[in-house]
Design a binder for this molecule. Structure first.
Ligand code: ADP
Ligand code: ASP
Ligand code: MG
Length: 401
């Protein structure tokens, strides 16, 4: 008995049968004596379809109108799920993000949640209704609709769980939990019983889309324990929490791939103090997030600087640097991907990096860039090699250990 937040992703509500399947899960949770707040995403590929519709009209839509458009997907899901719940005798009411009290900053398309005013949700719960909330959306100070970025419904669910101090936050999806690699690409991937917030945050940021990274950040901040589980198979999923029991156990928790990588090389950068500051402050002023940075040793008073960013930012990054006149000898390469391993255990073990590189070497995969932190190692390689690399690294460091 308690207050439970249950989030269902797009594939879990993609058609009539799936909506009734979700309705049954929710109704059973409610029947067991719990208050239930449900967060849903747009059905199936609705968000992608809406983006395609916008592209039929213009290639440069304003982000305000994009948010207006994209938020409609979740609005369909909440109404249909509430109808399904009511039709099976479970009283439910649907609320859009703004009806549910989601206030965000002004940034259309990747807004951040400022607060959730839970009065309306609470008054509906007091009337013993299941509350079905549209994920991914809120309202900014201008009373305009905003969206939270792709995969943002996970963040909506965690924000509600934190604001309501829910007893549980369950993220239902189309796989049975968090695996050691994408189970659709790596058949030998294992489901994890538990994973720490820190490890999950790295995995999500490095490409494991099963949870949105901002949702994990928020869960860690407010200590909201998450349970990732399947909406189709009623088996235990993966718990994401601050401290796990197997701290001395698995060395590597997961292997992730991110194909959204652009590698930009700027040649003939003056090899003098302050040159990196000048270059990267230009990018920071335009909110371009730079990931891995590599610098060559200087020769003839010059050096080369290579960095990675999201492909969507690459054109702007090149333009900003070229406008300066000082950095016009540059190339952007979109044919790369980042493959990473994550695990708190590697802090106290040597040889993890060399095993990762051995797996790549055995498969004749060339490494362009390397970056490490205490709990992750990432390599930039050719995108065409990335799936093979994930499997080879997984075999070497997870499956055959
Ligand atoms: P939802 O629509 O429920 O939000 P997503 O498509 O966003 O679901 O995320 C679930 C998908 O994440 C899975 O179908 C799986 O292919 C992918 N995935 C990638 N990496 C992992 C991983 N390490 N563990 C589980 N799933 C993963
Ligand atoms: N519908 C949105 C998307 O496709 C939000 C979500 O699914 O979480 O990105
Ligand atoms: Mg998702």
């Amino acid at each position: 008995m308690g207050l439970i937040v249950q989030k269902f992703g797009g594939s879990s509500v993609r058609d009539r049968d799936r909506i009734f399947n979700v309705a049954r899960i929710v109704a059973n949770t409610h029947k067991a004596g719990n208050d239930v707040v449900v967060v849903v995403s747009a059905q199936g590929d609705t968000t992608d379809d809406l983006i395609a519709k916008a592209a039929e009209i213009t290639h440069d839509p304003s982000s305000r109108e994009m948010d207006q458009l994209l938020a409609s997907g979740e609005q369909i899901s909440i109404a249909l799920l509430s109808m399904a719940l009511n039709s099976i005798g479970c009283h439910a009411v649907s609320l859009t993000g703004w009806q549910a009290g989601f206030q965000t900053d002004r940034k259309y398309s990747k807004a951040r949640i400022r607060r959730v005013d839970t009065e309306r949700i609470q008054s509906e719960l007091e009337r013993n209704r299941v509350v079905v909330v549209a994920g991914f959306q809120g309202l900014n100070k201008l009373d305009d609709i905003t969206t939270l970025g792709r995969g943002g419904s996970d963040t909506s669910a965690v924000a509600i769980a934190a604001a309501l101090k829910a007893d549980r936050c369950q993220i239902y999806t189309d796989v049975e939990g968090v695996y050691t690699a994408d189970p659709r690409k790596v058949p030998s991937a294992r489901k994890l019983d538990e994973i720490t917030f820190d490890e999950m945050l790295e995995l999500a940021t490095l490409g494991a889309q099963v949870l949105n990274n901002r949702s994990v950040e928020l869960a860690k901040k407010y200590n909201v324990e998450l349970e990732v589980l399947s909406s189709l198979n009623p088996v235990p999923g993966t718990v994401v929490k601050e401290v796990t029991n197997d701290m001395e156990g698995m060395l590597i928790k997961g292997v992730a791939k991110d194909a959204d990588v652009s590698v930009i090389t700027v040649m003939d950068v003056p090899n003098v103090p302050g040159s990196s500051f000048k270059m990267f402050s230009l990018l920071a002023q335009r909110n371009i997030n730079v990931d891995i940075i590599l610098q060559s040793t200087g020769r003839n008073g010059n050096k080369d600087v290579t960095f990675t960013c999201a492909q969507g930012d690459a054109e702007l990054a090149c333009r900003v640097l070229k406008e300066q006149g000082r950095y016009d000898n540059l190339v952007a390469d979109n044919s790369c991907a980042k493959v990473s391993i994550v695990g708190a255990g590697m802090q106290s073990h040597s040889g993890v990096a060399s095993s990762m590189f051995e797996a790549l070497s055995n498969n004749h995969i060339n490494i362009h860039m390397i970056s490490t932190s205490e709990i992750k190692i990432s390599v930039i390689i050719e995108e065409k090699d990335a799936d093979l690399a994930v499997r080879a690294i997984h075999d070497m460091l997870v499956h055959n250990v």
